[in-house]
Write a protein that binds this ligand. Structure first.
Ligand SMILES: [Zn+2]
Length: 117
C-alpha cells in the first residue's frame, strides 16, 4: 500500500529528528500532501494506525494540509486548478501544461519534546 510506505518514511524521518535533537517524542506534526500525490485519506488513516503506535509519533497531534494541484498552460500561460493530470486549459484547450504544485508529500513542521526520564 502506497500510504503505508509513506507513513513509514514519515516515522523514519521523525525518529531521526528526535535522535538528532536529543528529544524523546513528537508532540505535533504538520504534513503537506498535494491533491495529486495519490493519498487516500482513509488509507492514510489506516496506515497511520498501523505504523505509528510505539514510535516517537505515538500520541502526536497531526495536521494535514492538502495542496490543491495547479498547472500552467504551455500555450497561453494561464494558471488553473486541476483535479487530474493532463487536463486541458480552460481558456484555450491546450493539453500541454506544467504542473506547478500538487504532488507534495512532505513534513512541513514538527514539534519535538523531551520528557524527563
Ligand atoms: Zn491555455
Amino acid at each position: 500500500m502506497h500510504e503505508l510506505s509513506i507513513v513509514m518514511s514519515i516515522v523514519d524521518s521523525a525518529r531521526k529528528q528526535v535522535a538528532e535533537h536529543d528529544a524523546t517524542r513528537v508532540e505535533y506534526i504538520g504534513l503537506e500532501f498535494g491533491t495529486l500525490a495519490g493519498i487516500e485519506p482513509e488509507a492514510l488513516e489506516f496506515a497511520w494506525e498501523a505504523a505509528v503506535p510505539d514510535t516517537v509519533l505515538a500520541g502526536a497531534e497531526r495536521h494535514i494540509h492538502y495542496v490543491q494541484a495547479r498547472a500552467k498552460c504551455a500555450g497561453c500561460g494561464n494558471e488553473f486548478d486541476i483535479q487530474q493530470l493532463f487536463e486541458p486549459c480552460p481558456l484555450c484547450g491546450e493539453y500541454f501544461s506544467d504542473l506547478l504544485q500538487g504532488q507534495e508529500l512532505k513534513i512541513k513542521t514538527m514539534t519535538l519534546v523531551r520528557d524527563d526520564v
